[in-house]
Design a protein around this ligand. Structure first.
Ligand SMILES: [Mg+2]
Length: 340
């Protein structure tokens, strides 16, 4: 069947048929508005994100199933960054003419697979025709006890700066796809090796750190938190600004994946700029008093991902990155630049 024959309401019914009721859902897709019950004593967290074809993704790189997963993952990541429990999502799509029903089925399947992984219920949305590329808009709602919510504004001078997982993987994957970094084996048949495939998969199918964000929030040990969507430097600058502090990142302590180490071997210089300023890893950056170090290592490990202290919050403003010999890594245009 063609999308045109199915129509907007047909498409919505087709999506709704695959949706199961979730936690606190009283009325889901199909009425004028969804009705949900927030857990007594908790507060509602709401975040929204837009993904535009040609700006945030390319259909030629991104299989629809993974694009569906990613469009929810980047939203769930914002709930993780607040220490919240993700609950409900809405999905709105502006669909260009050349997007087939099979494409949308695959997209929806991916979206709902990630939703199921995290216990998120799809409770509504909208669809319309787009004249210029696929546009995806997702709103996510989560909840948490008021005293557990972690904001960007609580970092204190002397706190350590931490990151979860490894840094720079997605940015390296993007650089490979864009052709800004030549694949290692390009001269030997052009195939992409395992390390490069891994890095690209971190860009196309990121993992929101919900269990870790929640465990850290509920521990009461962290003072500020953010998810790294625009690059560590740019995102830590948001914490610094809202907390009225600065920070020094020790570039040599940044956790680098074996894949990134392997894939960057043939480069003349290690790509610090990607690791510090590349975006889309969707790891968490947070701050905590130094004496919580041991407990934080335990908590994050138990939640399924390691965390690494990578710097110190300073009372003087400004965020800088230094090498172990004390030299400063030249500040550049911090933050992820969209590729068109
Ligand atoms: Mg965010």
């Amino acid at each position: 069947m063609k999308l045109g024959e199915l129509g907007e309401f047909g498409l919505i019914s087709r999506i709704a048929a695959n949706v199961s009721m979730g936690h606190g859902v009283i009325t889901g897709i199909g009425d004028d508005a969804a009705v949900t019950a927030v857990t007594p004593g908790m507060q509602l967290l709401t975040s929204t994100d837009m993904l535009l074809e040609g700006v945030h993704f390319r259909r030629s790189w991104h299989a629809p199933y993974l694009l569906g997963r990613k469009s929810l993952a980047v939203n769930i990541s914002d709930i993780a960054a607040m220490g919240g429990i993700p609950r409900w999502a809405t999905l709105s799509l502006a669909i260009p003419k050349d997007c087939s029903l099979e494409y949308l089925d695959s997209f929806t399947k991916g979206f709902l697979s990630l939703a199921a992984d995290h216990g998120v219920a799809l409770i509504g949305g909208d669809t319309c025709r787009s004249n210029s590329g696929l546009i995806i808009s997702v709103t996510i709602q989560g909840e948490q006890l008021p005293e557990m919510v972690v904001r960007r504004s609580g970092a204190q001078p002397g706190d350590e700066i931490w990151v979860t997982g490894t840094q720079g993987d997605a940015a390296f994957g993007l650089a490979l796809l864009e052709g800004k970094i030549a694949p290692f084996r390009q001269g030997r048949g052009g195939e992409t090796d395992d390390a490069e495939r891994y890095l690209i998969s971190r860009l196309l199918d990121p993992t929101p750190r919900i269990a870790t964000g929640r465990a850290l929030a509920e521990s009461g040990l962290v003072t500020a938190m953010i998810d790294i969507s625009d690059g560590l430097m740019a995102d830590f600058e948001h914490i610094a600004e809202l907390s009225g502090v600065g920070g020094t990142i020790q570039a040599d302590t940044l956790p680098i994946s074996p894949a990134l180490q392997s894939a960057s071997q043939h480069l003349s210089d290690f790509p610090y700029s990607l690791v510090l300023s590349g975006g889309e890893d969707y790891e968490l950056a947070f701050t905590a008093p130094v004496d919580h170090r041991k407990k934080i290592i335990e908590i994050t490990k138990k939640s399924g991902i390691d965390a690494t202290p990578v710097g110190i919050v300073t009372s003087s403003p400004g965020v800088k990155a230094v090498r172990s010999d004390g030299s400063q890594i030249a500040p550049q245009a911090h933050g992820f630049t969209h590729f068109t």
